[in-house]
Design a protein around this ligand. Sequence first.
Ligand code: ZN
Length: 150
Amino acid sequence: MDEQHDGLRELYQEVIFDHNRSPRNFHEMGDASHQADGYNPLCGDQLTVYARVEDGVVQEASFVGHGCAISTASASLMTEAVRGHTIEEVEALFRDIHAMLTEAHPDRDLGKLEVLSGVREFPSRVKCATLAWHTLHNAITLARDTARTE
Ligand code: ZN
């Protein structure tokens, strides 16, 4: 079992390394409907998350910024994971990711995002892994409020 666990850990590290080295959807978005800035003072991670939402569905998500490998890889994985999902689904995913990183495993399989679960062993890095998700959450909810007052 330990051997298998080590193998899994290596795979997780490889995925994180890959997403940090070549982040997916790493660009600004001119036609974004939602955007927000995120900052994690504990580590110095800084990013801006963009989303284009149409009819309540995230059509596209992207990010720019700079930070440690965990924050960059998490943001990269997130922009892939949320695409094609409704805002409600993204919010549910955000809650499950947060649970996965801070408590026990959530009930459902988080697929590729499980690679981030290793961070749970390093509490100081949890904020790195959740930064992109908090930022996307803010982008979605703040823009909704703004839209209402227009
Ligand atoms: Zn960090």
